[in-house]
Design a protein around this ligand. Sequence first.
Ligand SMILES: O=C(CO)[C@@H](O)[C@H](O)COP(=O)(O)O
Ligand SMILES: [Fe+2]
Length: 216
Amino acid sequence: MPLIAPSLLSANFLRLEDDCRMLNDSAADWFHLDVMDGRFVPNLSFGLPVIEHIRKATKKVCDVHLMILEPERYTEAFAKAGADILTVHLEACTHLHRNIQQIKSLGMKAGVAVNPHTRVELLQDVLEDIDLVCLMSVNPGFGGQAFIPRTLEKIRTLRRMIDEAGLNIHIEIDGGVTLENAPAIVAAGADVLVAGNTVFRAADPTATIQALKNLG
Ligand SMILES: O=C(CO)[C@@H](O)[C@H](O)COP(=O)(O)O
Ligand SMILES: [Fe+2]
């Protein structure tokens, strides 16, 4: 059964407390929180104050996905805000290994995200240092985009790399996850499904989260 991480980028920000409560009462495992800087990605989202409040509204894992340049400038602030997992983009880090060490030294789990054009083989030399790989299955910046099918092959390659190294690392798929494609994503070797629009645009978000869990 995969872990389900609804993305609050698609939540109703006027009713964020209601959406947090709905997720708390649902089968959701993690809260996926997308932070954008308008530089690494062509969009802005929310930042530290919002995450601090969401942290107080849930006991579930806060999985923070940083789509920002120079993430090392904010690592400590996100630790203080209550992130459990902090994921930085390989493409945004000059000193990725150092950034990973910094995240872990502050008591958080470390994730590395890769864009659709980035080969997963580039993760080989940090694999043993991280807790999660976030494979972007859309170009980061927006919710509601279509899943890029080539991601399935990348999941299989990454799963092989992780298994051959005898490691225990989450493979999280982020972007365009639906009830239709979730079974193939899990069959390819992913174990965490991020879902924004599929959950928050559903007539019954709670049932949809449960269905994603059962389908995978
Ligand atoms: O990081 C991102 C987008 O950049 C994602 O986490 C999206 O928020 C996922 O939304 P859907 O594609 O599931 O609607
Ligand atoms: Fe994300």
